[in-house]
Design a binder for this molecule. Structure first.
Ligand SMILES: [Ca+2]
Ligand SMILES: [Ca+2]
Length: 93
């Protein structure tokens, strides 16, 4: 049986690339691309955060989200959900 981890890496690359390329700058997500990504991929996290900007962290303050910033955010969300589910939070999806 194949490990599910390797395909997960490819899924993350594909999700980022699919949305980051919308404006022709494939290396980063701008505000509009972040909003589209969040709406499609994590719609339940947009409640109370309609533009998604507060969830995807722009660590260098350049106004865009690069792949490293995207992955740090995804990792933090995974840790949050692991902890929250262990403490009784019901999945949002
Ligand atoms: Ca872009
Ligand atoms: Ca940035």
């Amino acid at each position: 049986m194949a490990s599910p981890l390797l395909p997960t890496f490819f899924t993350l690359y594909q999700v980022f690339d699919e949305h980051a390329g919308a404006d022709g700058k494939k290396a980063t997500l701008d505000k509009k691309e972040v909003k589209t990504l969040m709406k499609k991929e994590l719609p339940n996290l947009l409640k109370g955060n309609p533009d998604g900007q507060k969830l995807l962290m722009d660590f260098d303050g350049d106004g865009e989200i690069d792949f490293k910033e995207f992955m740090i955010t995804i990792s933090c969300l995974a840790c949050f959900f692991k902890l929250a589910f262990a403490n009784g939070l019901k999945p949002l999806f």
